[in-house]
Design a protein. Structure first.
Length: 296
């Protein structure tokens, strides 16, 4: 099973399903592996890291024709990056558009949201998303509170605003997964989050949003109160090939997959799985935790 992405899918009821977007051997259509609370997993991660494929103009994911091996910092090979419909948009900073002409036309006529998100780390992050999926974008990142600070037509203009705001003192455009994990037990009340947003808005010379517009995202993660901080399954820079992931799913907060085994919590940045294969059938040989008998 080849992992191509981590997905949060909104349901008709306005809730979210979370899981892995995967390729199975010989299949031409990707599969969504849902991760549900209490689900037991016993995975072994296999390398090498290989290309996840490319999105076509209909936003359908296609497999890499050559299953090309790639470096750990990439998710696509060169040819698939060139064919991918939105690859240039992901790297866009609002200066020069490098998207395909058809994509550029669609981008110009799409409504975007420039947003501010607050994390338990204390960080205030600015970002851009198409307006229709802005809440999904917040949840993908594991934000605790977020608000739209400006709506604008055209992705290039939105990126220019993001770039300008991101240079302000105390503002970031990314928060490390390991930092998010260290603050899973840190409290953050909505009035404190709103105070941070108001302070940022004044610094940026923007109207202060109404407090009612600040979205509390905690209910979407559905993570119970933890009595201890989860320990990392993989430390930064550690090789992922051969890593074993074992436990019952506690929840997914943004990219953080939190597991429990006999009262011990662990986590992994699920984005690190992208491009690797998961072996769900192999015997788990080396486990530094108790409770293995529940899984064999």
């Amino acid at each position: 099973m080849h992992v191509s992405n981590i997905l949060w899918r909104e349901t008709p009821e306005g809730e979210f399903e979370r899981g892995l977007h995967t390729w199975s051997s010989g299949e031409q259509k990707p599969y969504f592996l849902k991760l549900e609370k209490g689900q037991r997993i016993a995975w072994t991660i296999r390398g090498p890291k290989t290309c996840v494929g490319y999105l076509d103009r209909d936003m359908r994911l296609n497999p890499c024709p050559d299953s090309q091996s790639i470096s750990k910092s990439k998710i696509r090979c060169g040819p698939c990056s060139a064919m991918d419909y939105i690859d240039a948009c992901i790297r866009c900073d609002g200066r020069v558009c490098q998207a395909q002409p058809e994509r550029w036309e669609r981008c110009k006529n799409t409504e975007y949201a420039v947003y501010s998100a607050v994390f338990k780390t204390g960080a205030i992050k600015v970002g851009v998303s198409s307006l229709r999926r802005v809440r999904t974008r917040w949840i993908e990142q594991g934000a605790d509170f977020a608000v739209i600070i400006q709506k604008i037509r055209g992705g290039k203009a939105a990126r220019q605003i993001e770039s300008k705001l991101g240079r302000l003192r105390g503002i970031t455009k990314s928060v490390r997964a390991s930092t998010k994990a260290k603050h899973l037990l840190t409290p953050l009340a909505i009035d404190e989050a709103y105070s941070k947003i108001a302070e940022f808005s004044k610094l940026a010379g923007l109207p202060v949003p109404e407090d009612s517009s600040l979205a509390d995202l905690s209910s979407f993660y559905n993570i119970p109160e933890l009595d201890s901080l989860p320990k990392p399954i993989l430390k930064r820079g550690s090789p992922i090939n051969g890593t074993q992931i074992l436990g019952s799913v506690v929840g997914l907060k943004g990219p953080l997959l939190i597991l429990s085994l006999d009262g011990t919590y662990t986590y992994i940045n699920s984005k690190r799985l992208i491009g690797y294969h998961i072996d769900r059938d192999s015997e788990v040989r080396v486990i530094n935790q108790t409770g293995l008998s529940e899984f064999i």
